[in-house]
Design a protein around this ligand. Structure first.
Ligand code: MN
Length: 130
């Protein structure tokens, strides 16, 4: 099986820790970026197979980063799952309008997150269902 690389863009260290622990039980390789600038640099360098993107980021928002990625040929079709805040209604529509493949509202369960990642990864990278 070809190993999938998942990039998680999130400024909150606690949230990154949670997802890091979750993905430890999967065959996926996790990379992390704390802000939009770092995310763009890492995407160009590492070509992740899927991006998990928080909306609320310092300086450049996840929506803006997503629009930028969609505008570039190399990343126009990479799956992007946007993590939105349940409290901020309208974030889900904004995420889809920016080009996200799907959105996940906080708070979400581990099962929901892993299910969405599996759904949007190429079949040969999904691994066993847990
Ligand atoms: Mn955030």
């Amino acid at each position: 099986m070809k190993q999938a690389t998942v990039l998680y863009v999130e400024d909150n260290e606690y949230n990154r820790k949670i997802v890091r622990q979750l993905l430890r039980r999967t065959p996926y390789r996790l990379q992390e970026a704390p802000d939009g600038e770092a995310a763009l640099a890492m995407v160009r360098l590492e070509r992740p197979d899927l991006i998990l993107m928080d909306v609320q980021l310092p300086k450049t928002s996840g929506l803006e980063v997503t629009r930028t990625l969609r505008g570039e040929a190399a990343t126009a079709t990479v799956p992007i799952i946007m993590v939105t805040s349940f409290a901020l209604s309208g974030d889900d529509q904004k995420a889809m309008a920016a080009g996200a493949s799907a959105y996940l509202a906080k708070p979400y369960s581990p099962r929901e997150l892993l299910g969405l990642i599996r759904k949007f990864l190429p079949e040969e990278m999904r691994g066993e269902e847990s």
